[in-house]
Ligand binder design. Structure first.
Ligand SMILES: NC(=O)c1ccc[n+]([C@@H]2O[C@H](COP(=O)([O-])OP(=O)(O)OC[C@H]3O[C@@H](n4cnc5c(N)ncnc54)[C@H](O)[C@@H]3O)[C@@H](O)[C@H]2O)c1
Length: 368
């Protein structure tokens, strides 16, 4: 999609701006995404934004979750997607969130969920004696299989004999491509201090989940043997959680399945200052990819101008880097770091500013 459009643009002399689809979504998504756009505009990146109203309000108005041809249109017409969060108490089934967000990950085959875990300011970490330089790892989470398959069922519902079965789907193709992505990520992304990444760790629960774990073990061993420059490590997910709290310095690149990746990245977000600080990308190399802060729609704090916009702003920087705009990404990251050092932040991380004011401070710094 992207390359064909670039060629046509060149031939017909039209704008070469990257086209970004904006889906703020629900709750605080609608507050933090405008701050991310402000930073993108301030940095002067060659981008063109188109906003979409997919979310709870639209669903409650006309029952639309994803308009017909919606995902095909995003893949065809856009270079990247910047998304807020989905989830609204007025839609107790969460059907719109499932169809939009999980639908996008699966239908657009965004198989690698990349979640960098970086401590930008040591004061944000709840662990004793940990400095900013100590936490700089990434979790690569499988993003289209596992529990997303929604395979299972309930038998004798509501009775004393009720049975509930929930399957965890792991295919050879799905496991292999995300494990390969993790090694490629390790090879192509330096640590913040400029040093090369050195180890890739696979996390599973193969002592109890022997069938799925066995597949992950075999694939990891094979793909790892093709990348002898990296030390290959393994941890059971329970041990990994303990180690992440005991000594997060030891991690570099972690690859894991859908559910474990979901859980360990909330724990990891706690190490970097909370959910308001965590960024992520949903990637399929060569296709239109989607970028979103790790947090959800946080209904209790929505509409109060108190949500931390930095996770969304750092997500925007991640998107820029993915689009080949590394210098612009660096400027935005530097401005967020400056805001942290100057304590120009929202209350969740110790400041006194509102969402808009923190976003404004970063945008001004970016543009200075
Ligand atoms: N990717 C997504 O769209 C996504 C991810 C997780 C949850 N959700 C949905 O969001 C809704 C709420 O879920 P939840 O409460 O489990 O998760 P959540 O991430 O919305 O909130 C968890 C906690 O973190 C806090 N928090 C989150 N983001 C913050 C920010 N930017 N600044 C300050 N504090 C922040 C919240 O106030 C809350 O205490 C549900 O409907 C859920 O399904 C959506």
């Amino acid at each position: 999609m992207g390359r064909a459009r670039t060629r046509l643009c060149y031939l017909f002399g039209v704008s070469l701006k990257k086209k970004i689809a904006i889906l703020p979504g629900d709750g605080i998504g609608k507050e933090v995404i405008p701050q991310a756009i402000r930073a993108l505009e301030a940095v002067g990146a060659p981008l063109e934004f188109t906003s979409f109203d997919w979310g709870a309000d639209r669903y409650l108005t006309d029952k639309t979750t994803v308009p017909p041809d919606g995902f095909a249109m995003l893949g065809r017409d856009f270079d990247a997607i910047l998304l807020g969060a989905f989830g609204d108490p007025r839609v107790p089934t969460n059907i719109h969130a499932k169809e939009i967000l999980l639908g996008m990950r699966v239908e657009m085959d965004l198989y690698a969920n990349v979640r960098p875990v970086r401590l930008l300011d040591g004061r944000l970490c709840p662990l004793k004696g940990v400095e900013a330089k100590d936490i700089d790892f990434v979790v690569v989470r499988e993003n289209t299989e596992g529990v997303y398959g929604d395979v299972g069922g309930v038998f004798k519902k509501g009775t004393a004999d009720e049975v509930a079965i929930q399957e965890d789907i792991n295919t050879r193709k799905g496991v292999e491509r995300v494990v390969r992505y993790a090694f490629e990520y390790a090879a192509n992304h330096l640590r913040l201090d400029g040093s090369p990444r050195q180890n890739v760790l696979m996390c599973d629960k193969s002592n109890a989940m022997t069938h799925a774990g066995g597949l992950w073990q075999r694939v990891f061993k094979q793909v790892g043997s093709e990348h002898p420059q990296f030390k290959c490590e393994h941890m059971y997910v329970d041990a990994l959680c303990m180690q992440m709290v005991r000594d997060p310095r030891q991690f570099d690149v972690i690859v894991t399945n859908n559910m474990f990746g979901d859980i360990i990245t909330d724990l990891a977000a706690g190490l970097q200052g909370g959910l308001g600080m965590a960024a992520s990308g949903n990637i399929h190399p060569g296709k239109t990819s989607m970028f979103e802060p790790v947090h959800g729609s946080a209904p209790p704090i929505a509409g109060k101008n108190i949500a931390n916009p930095f996770g969304a702003i750092l997500t925007a920087a991640m998107m820029l880097r993915h689009l080949g705009l590394g210098a612009e990404a660096e400027k935005i990251e530097a401005a967020v770091l400056a805001a942290l050092l100057a304590k120009k932040t929202t209350v969740d991380i110790g400041g006194t500013l509102g969402t808009r004011e923190a976003g404004e401070w970063v945008a001004q710094r970016v543009g200075a």
